[in-house]
Design a binder for this molecule. Structure first.
Ligand SMILES: [Zn+2]
Ligand SMILES: [Zn+2]
Length: 255
């Protein structure tokens, strides 16, 4: 069986929202950390790794040492700031499996800078596992750990291009807006996807550089399932009336 949305045989994929909050802990939620495990025995990957991700993964009962690859949407701390902790945890827990990281242009230098700021000397230390950082420009594709990401440019200044991503996990397509103002690239990335994970920062109040629930209802999005993340306190207060599902930390679905 093949899926028109993806690129290979359809296998179930387990998605756990270990962290689904905004940058500021609204609702007591962890920052962006979405754990994706194909039910093929392949190791899991992460979509974003916010600063609180190590705690979020452990809270959800997920082993950080299993994660083979991290796809980073953009270089804000609530989306990539957990990488230094993930890397150091691997170092101190005896990890040997390589860790693959894909993010927008500039990811390699920003990760080194973050590591040196938080744990001086940590970017240069010898480790028993390799780290490969691949920079993915808008329009590009990259495959890591059996998962292929395609990138579109988001409208979200972060000192580097920000990405909207569509992952092909076997035949299952998962689109992710990251943080972005409305752009038609969301419709392209989400076209007939099995799941769209969409930022819904505010209900309908105009806010620069971010997506509102109203943006998603005012435009046609053809993903088969939509789950809202990155909710501010304003959006958390409105989520009961939203037409789409909303994430919560620890929510696990199979698609
Ligand atoms: Zn951001
Ligand atoms: Zn964010």
């Amino acid at each position: 069986m093949t899926s028109p949305a993806g690129s290979g045989p359809e296998v179930p994929v387990t998605v756990t929202f270990a962290g689904c909050g905004d940058a500021f802990g609204s609702g007591g939620r962890f920052q962006a950390c979405i754990h994706i495990r194909p039910d093929t025995g392949q190791p899991p990957v992460l979509l974003d790794c916010g600063a609180t991700s190590l705690t979020a993964l452990r809270q959800a009962g997920l082993d950080p040492g299993e994660i083979a690859a991290v796809f980073v949407s953009h270089l804000h701390g609530d989306h990539f700031g957990g990488l230094p902790f993930l890397i150091l945890d691997g170092q101190f827990s005896g990890r040997v499996a390589p860790l693959l990281i894909t993010g927008p242009p500039g990811t390699g230098q920003r990760l080194t800078t973050a590591m040196e700021c938080l744990f001086p000397g940590s970017s240069q230390v010898r480790r028993p596992f390799g780290i490969t950082v691949t920079e993915l420009p808008p329009g590009g594709t990259q495959t890591m750990a059996g998962v292929t990401a395609k990138a579109w440019e988001a409208a979200h200044p972060s000192g580097a291009p920000a990405l909207i991503l569509r992952l092909a996990v076997g035949g299952t397509a998962i689109a992710y807006t990251g943080d972005t103002a409305w752009t038609p690239a969301i419709q392209a990335a989400a076209r007939d996807a099995d799941l769209l994970i969409a930022e819904a920062y505010y209900w309908d109040k105009p806010v620069p550089h971010h997506l509102r629930y109203a943006d998603l209802t005012e435009h046609e999005v053809t993903a088969r399932r939509v789950i809202l993340t990155h909710l501010s306190a304003d959006m958390l207060g409105n989520q009961e009336t939203a037409r789409y599902e909303t994430a919560r930390d620890g929510l696990t679905i199979t698609i």
